[in-house]
Design a protein around this ligand. Structure first.
Ligand code: HEM
Length: 557
């Protein structure tokens, strides 16, 4: 409690500067949809790419040199710190996400060893593939074509990743993706506990939630009850596993049980994993689908690559094959550049310090690096930084990673995310399985998403989509053949088919081409208004539509 008052005393509770006024009166919201967009604007306009919000005692930076300094060079001076471990302490206890020093070092060593094992990675892929085949695809197919066939994909992805992460962490299957079943009490409590814990960080003063907690009132009462449900379940799973023997089980809990027999510690470790992997993966998938719906050329390029590397209609079967999907990897990285699942991350400065850009940081200051803003900095990504362009990650068609301090989406340095590889495998598997079978149309298209406040980026109102099932491989194959025939056409290049139609439907055909002379992309989606019954008919229709598109290009020229 004493350290809390010291922290409070350090905060400047009132300040007349423009930034603090705008923050205190929320006037920023007149111009920006999201707080992170306002911060991005401020950071862009700062000569050092660093700002200070006095009333929050918070230095925020989008400067890669500062990020490297705090996450690597002077790592010891920038721990997570007490104020945050207190906020998440009731839910996460002493789990890796919430501790510093020796406790962190020990868990990190242990966790890195386990997550690095091929057997664990294969087990994770097995779980993901199973969940995709037995639940995700059947669920989407079941609503396909129905009049009210709108699905909130964000909700679907959250259920999917909760099922997968629970299986990986606890060896427990909550079956959240089976919509006919009510959400398990565990899932509901876990959601509520993460949400209410995150809300603690947003109260005007920490004193508010601390008093409510002491008196067991309102949100704090609900938080306590939710955590109680989680604790009961975790204890029961640990007890059962001990009774049945954990040596033969492949989940993380069983593996950590071989290293420690402290049940509370085990519970904390596993809950941290669940929190680390669950919402992040769901968030990354949601924004990826949102971006693809607005960039059909990227969707098309992903599918063309998949057909080339895996073969039309062939499923992904190995890590080797996945490594060959360079464009997909680039698209996933690019998506998280613009929409990082963790938009910002804070540390607390231990001793007075000066950042590489010259910013003085007083002891006890909260220092935040901001991946969301960093993804939108011209200094880092160039003039086209706001465009969704997977090509920026490719050199001669091969994926090329960027400096992690310019792209700290998985954090970077000594505390870099331990589940990065696993997450990427999961993201790519889900994305590919869906895109090869379905095409998604947004029900409420918008130029930018609005986010709900929380620990991870969540779309306000979810991601309602209408989806259209199609025999993707077959249609694209024909489209690809046609496009390659017309590949070079005067000053137009990169002609690609962006949409195709199913033989039994009248959806439409889309093409796009890039004009070298005018430096512009022309996209055309043409409704076919007719139902084609067979492959030959479809090929003919594509040919006619392509000729029409060529005529359009000549006219534009
Ligand atoms: C797209 C998905 C993911 C993203 C963007 C992501 C990002 C991050 C970030 C930014 C951190 C640092 C958080 C902090 O210190 O405050 C982190 C830490 C961590 N992540 Fe991930 N993560 C993802 C998926 C996963 C998955 C699937 C797992 C587990 C299988 C995982 C396990 C961890 C762990 C254990 C840490 C703590 C590392 C430490 O403190 O030393 N993450 N992750």
């Amino acid at each position: 409690m004493f350290s809390f008052f010291v922290y409070l005393a350090r905060l400047k509770l009132w300040c007349n500067c423009e930034i603090c006024q705008s923050y205190l009166t929320s006037s920023w919201s007149k111009q920006f949809d999201n707080l992170c967009d306002w911060y991005t604007h401020l950071l862009k306009n700062s000569p050092t790419q660093t700002i200070h919000v006095h009333v929050l005692g918070n230095t925020i930076t989008a400067n890669p040199e500062n990020v490297e300094y705090m996450l690597k060079t002077r790592f010891e001076n920038y721990p997570k710190g007490k104020p945050f471990s207190v906020i998440l302490g009731d839910l996460l206890g002493r789990g890796i996400f919430n501790v510093d020093g020796e406790l962190w070092r020990f868990q990190r060593k242990m966790a890195r060893l386990e997550l690095g094992r091929i057997s664990v990675r294969s087990y994770a892929l097995e779980i993901i593939n199973d969940e995709i085949k037995s639940r995700l695809l059947p669920l989407l197919s079941s609503v396909e074509g129905k009049k009210d066939g709108v699905l909130d994909l964000q909700d679907v992805f959250r259920r999917f990743s909760f099922d997968s992460m629970c299986q990986l962490s606890f060896g427990l299957d909550p079956r959240c993706l089976e919509l006919c079943l009510p959400m398990s009490e565990f899932a509901v409590s876990f959601d509520l506990a993460s949400k209410l814990s995150a809300e603690r960080a947003m109260t005007a003063s920490p004193l508010i939630w601390k008093i409510k907690r002491m008196l067991n009132l309102g949100s704090e009462k609900r938080l306590r009850e939710a955590i109680k449900v989680i604790d009961i379940l975790a204890k029961e799973v640990i007890r059962q596993r001990r009774k049945m023997g954990f040596l033969t089980h492949k989940d993380l809990l069983s593996r950590f049980m071989r290293i420690t027999n402290d049940d509370t510690y085990l519970r904390d470790i596993i809950i941290s994993f669940l929190l680390a992997g669950r919402d992040t993966v769901a968030s990354a998938l949601t924004s990826f689908i949102w971006l693809l719906s607005n960039n059909p050329n990227v969707e098309s390029a992903i599918l063309v690559e998949a057909d080339r590397v895996l073969g039309p209609n062939q499923d992904l079967t190995s890590f080797e094959q996945m490594r060959g999907l360079h464009y997909l990897q680039a698209a996933v990285y690019e998506s998280m550049r613009l929409f990082p699942p963790i938009q910002f991350d804070s540390k607390f400065c231990q001793e007075d310090d000066v950042l590489p850009d010259g910013t003085f940081v007083k002891r006890g200051t909260r220092v935040t690096y901001h991946p969301y803003a960093m993804g939108r900095m011209e200094e880092i990504w160039g003039l086209d930084c706001l465009e969704f362009k997977p090509e920026r990650w490719l050199k001669d068609g091969v994926f090329f990673p960027e400096n992690p301090f310019k792209y700290p989406v998985f954090q970077a340095g000594l505390r870099v995310c331990l589940g990065k590889e696993m997450a990427l495998v999961g993201l790519k598997s889900v994305a590919l399985s869906l895109l090869r079978r379905f095409h998604f149309e947004l029900v409420t298209p918008s130029p930018t998403p609005r986010f709900s406040p929380g620990l991870t980026a969540t779309f306000c109102g979810g991601l309602p989509v209408l989806h259209v099932c199609f025999d993707a491989g077959w249609c694209r194959c024909l489209g690809g053949m046609l496009c390659s025939v017309f590949k070079v056409m005067g000053s137009w290049s990169s002609l690609t088919m962006i949409r195709s139609c199913h033989p039994d439907a009248n959806l439409g055909i889309g093409f796009q081409a890039f004009s070298r002379s005018r430096n512009c992309l022309i996209v055309s989606f043409q409704p076919t208004n007719q139902i084609v019954k067979d492959g030959q008919g479809l090929l003919l229709l594509m040919y006619v539509k392509l000729l029409e598109f060529r005529a359009l290009l000549s006219w534009v020229e």
